[in-house]
Ligand binder design. Structure first.
Ligand code: UT7
Length: 330
């Protein structure tokens, strides 16, 4: 069967999965030199979900993927591609987490690959997914799944309190009306050293080292994040001829409530215009935007024709975002 290329692409389905176990700030304070007050006042986080020993990026991503397909009223066999964004893949090199999800899902007509753009992975994933969906005229699944708890140093209070685990997914489908309106992606690799997971194969000896943890210059990342998010929002709006007032839902990467406050202040926006669920999920890296989108969808907050602006930044340093129109029907 051949499929004509599609001019337009929409988000046809959304799903998310959060692990059952919830860890509060108070619980962390019992074994770490920190406090609920410090974590809340510096980040806005109350609690995070942490994966069970038997869970992984592929198992959580599979559950989110099934929910997104159900929401889209599509079957695994309809998919042309499975893209997984993760910094915490099941295997360090291969097989890709996407291939594992594709197999477990039974997406027998789909290709599969992983994409790593750290916390901005979802922005990159949907931009790539849109292109393939357009070219093939068939749906594409983008899954963002992160088991951050496995790469954190639980003795480092500067990083371990910030993150949580979880997965989110969207199905992108050909559409008669424009849903995915515009994407912006960018990078500043000169800041690569500010946020690093100390594991890899830069030298032959590295294979003998234990898998490393996340290390971060929090202040430098904070300053970059505020600049990058403002830049992405302004570009998405100016390149599509929209104004701040046209947007019904701003869905930013949930890294730190204070970053969102600073971006809002710089742009003259009320802070509550940015959707926030960081208080109960913390920073779930690339999964944060689809988890937020699924939460809004579950609440019935996404209405036909709503404009949604997503914006993210992450290690690399990289950044990106997209402007969507919520099209409930293709
Ligand atoms: O998606 C990727 C993302 N990463 C980020 O978005 C991180 C961006 N950066 C941040 O969110 C903030 O920089 C942090 C929340 C990480 C830190 O906040 P800060 O206001 O920049 O604090 P700081 O690193 O300058 O540390 C201030 C103090 C230090 O103590 P001293 O040296 O002043 O005595 C830290 O040791 O706070 C201390 N501190 C803590 N105290 C209690 C750092 N972490 C903690 C903690 N509990 N968990």
């Amino acid at each position: 069967m051949s499929f004509p290329p599609s001019q337009h692409v929409r988000v046809a389905g959304v799903g998310a999965y959060l692990p059952e176990r919830v860890v509060t700030n108070e619980e962390l304070s019992a074994s770490l030199d920190t406090s609920h007050e410090w974590i809340l006042s510096h980040t806005g986080i109350h609690q995070r979900h942490l994966a069970a020993p038997g869970e992984s990026a592929s198992s959580m991503g599979l559950l989110a993927a099934r929910r997104a397909l159900e929401d889209a009223h599509l079957l695994p066999g309809d998919l042309a591609m499975v893209i997984v964004t993760t910094s915490t893949a099941d295997y360090a090199s291969y097989p890709s987490t996407a291939a594992i999800i594709q197999g477990n899902l039974g997406a027998v007509n789909a290709g599969a690959f992983d994409l790593n753009a750290a916390c901005a992975g979802f922005a990159y994933g949907v931009a790539m997914g849109k292109c393939y969906c357009q070219a093939q005229g068939r749906p594409v699944l983008v899954v963002a799944s992160e088991v951050n708890s496995r790469i954190l140093d639980w003795h480092d209070r500067g990083t371990c309190v910030l993150f949580g685990d979880g997965a989110g997914a969207v199905v992108l489908a050909p559409s008669s009306r424009p849903g995915m309106l515009h994407e912006v992606l960018g990078a500043d690799g000169t800041g690569a050293g500010y946020l690093v997971r100390e594991a890899g194969l830069r030298t032959p000896e590295d294979i003998l080292r234990p898998p490393g943890f996340v290390r971060m210059d929090g202040r430098a990342v904070f300053q970059f994040a505020v600049r990058a998010m403002e830049n992405v929002i302004r570009r998405l709006l100016s390149e599509t001829g929209h104004g701040l007032e046209d947007i019904q839902h701003f869905i930013p990467h949930q890294a730190n409530g204070r970053i969102l406050d600073a971006v809002a202040r710089n742009m003259g926006l009320a802070p509550e215009r940015f959707f926030r669920n960081i208080q109960h999920v913390a920073n779930t890296s690339s999964a944060s935007i689809p988890i937020a989108l699924a939460e809004l969808r579950r609440q019935g907050a996404l209405k036909q024709g709503d404009l949604i602006l997503t914006v993210a930044f992450g290690a690399g340093l990289v950044y990106g975002g997209s402007l969507l129109r919520w099209e409930a029907e293709g």
